[in-house]
Design a binder for this molecule. Structure first.
Ligand code: HEM
Ligand code: NAG
Length: 337
């Protein structure tokens, strides 16, 4: 009995050293918070046994109707976790007291999708166990479930839970922490390091650009201007799909991965090597020998990317999580209690 606490502390410290599960390290901004070690696989097993199955069935139905929603849910976890930590701050709607929440920040508005799926999952979970399951955990479960529905058994993984929902959400912070698609490699490495994630994690997580879509405005004109390292035939195809100057009233979308657009697989890295990716940030992975080697391994070593992606998703999902008195369990994911 007495050995329990030291053992827990030890494994927590061990995980922190490994950088494997207890994220929260905001790089040079703040020291790693041991609070994130409160996350646990099976957290709702006793508190709300059907919680994970309920979320999964809602996500399954949504992804079956539209695989793009699955892509949106994977992206939602990233956008939630990098701004105020994984606390569902991205879900909050504007109110008179807070007219500009994260949701209205440029990286999220209008492109982030899947909010209705989170609402449906929350409503179903509330019917089963009122007031028990946080919106932040639902976002993390939904991203995990979307990954496995789009990627199959090889992208199936456990998602630790126990996050609380935050009360702060500010559109201005989205541009402080979410790197733009024009980012160079050093800028990407820096923005992930600020969240305690390595360059290797960044490369593995960028592989999510093997599903979903992008608005033309996210890469026109910078990627279609000459000179660019983009493949000439790919650039020509994009020019055929996008206006020369996209605007809010004329901003079509294109798929990110033309080879397997709805499949969460390692095709992204083959596209990077073939110079058939949309963003400067994607192409930049080839601009250092170390990250170029990672791209090559992810593209060519069977199972390498899937294993790295699963670990990196769990790490990202523990960035600056709120536990204890630092948050709440929202009744409605769009509003603070
Ligand atoms: C490395 C830095 C990253 C940059 C610069 C970046 C940028 C972008 C941009 C500009 C879009 C297109 C948005 C639009 O115009 O509709 C996009 C889409 C997407 N991103 Fe990223 N992203 C990054 C990392 C990530 C990460 C870490 C994930 C998740 C693990 C992710 C998942 C996605 C997904 C799934 C989509 C498609 C969304 C949809 O179809 O609705 N991205 N990203
Ligand atoms: C959001 O951040 C901006 C810029 O830092 C600040 O001026 C504004 O007061 C903040 N809004 C809220 C509701 O805290």
């Amino acid at each position: 009995m007495a050995s329990k606490v030291p053992a827990a502390l030890l494994s927590c410290a061990f995980l922190l050293l490994l950088g494997a599960a207890c994220q929260a390290a905001a790089g040079h901004y703040s020291p790693p918070s041991p609070a994130s070690c409160g996350l646990k696989v099976g957290y709702y097993d006793h508190k709300c046994p059907p919680a994970e199955a309920i979320v999964k069935s809602v996500v399954r139905a949504a992804v079956r109707r539209n695989p793009g929603i699955g892509a949106g849910l994977i992206r939602m976890l990233f956008h939630d976790c990098f701004v105020e930590g994984c606390d569902a701050s991205v879900l909050l709607d504007p109110t008179p007291a807070n007219p500009q929440p994260e949701k209205l920040g440029p990286p999220n508005n209008p492109s982030l999708r899947g909010f209705e799926v989170i609402d449906a999952a929350k409503a179903a979970v509330e019917r089963a166990c009122p007031g028990v399951v946080s919106c932040a955990d639902i976002v993390a479960f939904a991203a995990r479930d979307a990954s496995s529905f789009l990627g199959g058994r090889r992208v199936d993984f456990d998602m630790p839970a126990g996050r609380l929902d935050g009360r702060a959400s500010n559109a201005s912070r989205t541009l402080d922490f979410l790197p733009p698609p024009t980012s160079s490699l050093p800028e990407l490495v820096q923005s992930f390091a600020a969240k305690g994630l390595s360059a290797e994690d960044m490369v593995a997580l960028s592989g999510a650009h093997t599903v979903g879509r992008s608005h033309c405005s996210s890469f026109v004109p910078d990627r279609l201007a000459v000179p660019s390292d983009i493949s000439a035939s790919f650039a020509a195809s994009l020019k055929g799909q996008c206006p020369a100057s996209p605007s809010s009233s004329d901003d079509p979308t294109v798929v990110q991965d033309v080879v397997t657009p709805d499949r969460l697989d390692n095709q992204y890295y083959k596209n990077v090597l073939a110079h058939r990716v949309l963003f400067t940030s994607d192409a930049s992975l080839l601009t250092s020998p170390a990250t170029a080697k990672l791209v090559d391994d992810n593209a060519n070593v069977p199972g390498w990317w899937e294993d790295s992606f699963k670990v990196a998703m769990v790490k990202m999902a523990s960035v600056e999580v709120k536990t204890g008195n630092s948050g709440e369990i929202r009744r409605n994911c769009r509003l603070v209690n």
